[in-house]
Write a protein that binds this ligand. Structure first.
Ligand SMILES: Nc1nc2c(c(=O)[nH]1)N[C@H]1C(S)=C(S)[C@@H](COP(=O)(O)O)O[C@H]1N2
Ligand SMILES: [Mo]
Length: 200
């Protein structure tokens, strides 16, 4: 980014990729409720339950044996910073959906994290080709404050839907609001529609 008197000046391309009401950040801010959990990979697991044919309970070693891919994307936080050109690596969500075998009744999902943080998505938003269970950023393991060892990545939604320290996915036949969604954040969270708060 070009700088004029210390303020970033976005190119036309960068401007085009910045949703309304957002500014560009070169740094990656850290935002969450509560403290950064400490994780022991020896006891860590990832659970999938609810409206599925085959509930899963994967150890870290089992999780690492799943197919992987890299996603290049832009991320947008409801507090108005956006960061362009990020690179996450991890397991495509479809690898989990295939192994769990969703029942036709599965229409919504709740991501469950350490310390009780949750966030909700419709299955149609979760099952996208840029949605990852991400364990690397720019080729290196996630930093603890960014979700080590694993976070959800949903680039098409405000970043609170990209749950850090994720430990499981619960599939449901109805929608259940997550942590921020219960506190007035918009249920759908599309940054291009500025779906920030539910009273807007
Ligand atoms: N487990 C957990 N995940 C979370 C949060 C949280 O409080 N707990 N905060 C969300 C919010 S509000 C944002 S903006 C992003 C921030 O991710 P970052 O700190 O990696 O930028 O994490 C999201 N995921
Ligand atoms: Mo946020």
């Amino acid at each position: 980014m070009e700088r004029l008197f210390g303020r970033p000046r976005p190119s036309d391309e960068q401007r085009r990729r910045t949703p309304p009401g957002q500014y560009l950040s070169e740094k990656w801010p850290v935002l969450h409720y509560g403290s950064v959990p400490r994780t022991d990979l020896a006891t860590w697991d990832f659970k999938v339950w609810g409206e599925v044919e085959q509930p899963l309970d994967l150890s870290w070693v089992e999780f690492q044996a799943l197919p992987r891919k890299t996603v290049h994307c832009d991320i947008h936080c409801v507090t108005r910073w956006s960061k362009l050109d990020t690179e996450f690596g991890g397991v495509p969500i479809q690898a989990i959906l295939e192994r769990a075998g969703l029942k036709p009744s599965a229409r919504f999902v709740v991501a469950h994290c350490e310390q009780g943080y949750t966030t909700n998505l419709p299955l149609t938003v979760l099952d996208d080709d840029d949605v990852l269970l991400a364990d690397t950023y720019a080729g290196a393991p996630l930093e603890p404050e960014h979700g080590y060892p694993l976070r959800l990545l949903v680039p098409k939604r405000y970043f609170w839907k990209s749950a850090k320290w994720i430990r499981g996915l619960q599939f449901l036949d109805h929608d259940v609001p997550g942590f921020w969604e219960r506190y007035g954040y918009h249920n759908d969270a599309d940054p291009w529609k500025e779906e920030r708060f539910s009273d807007e």
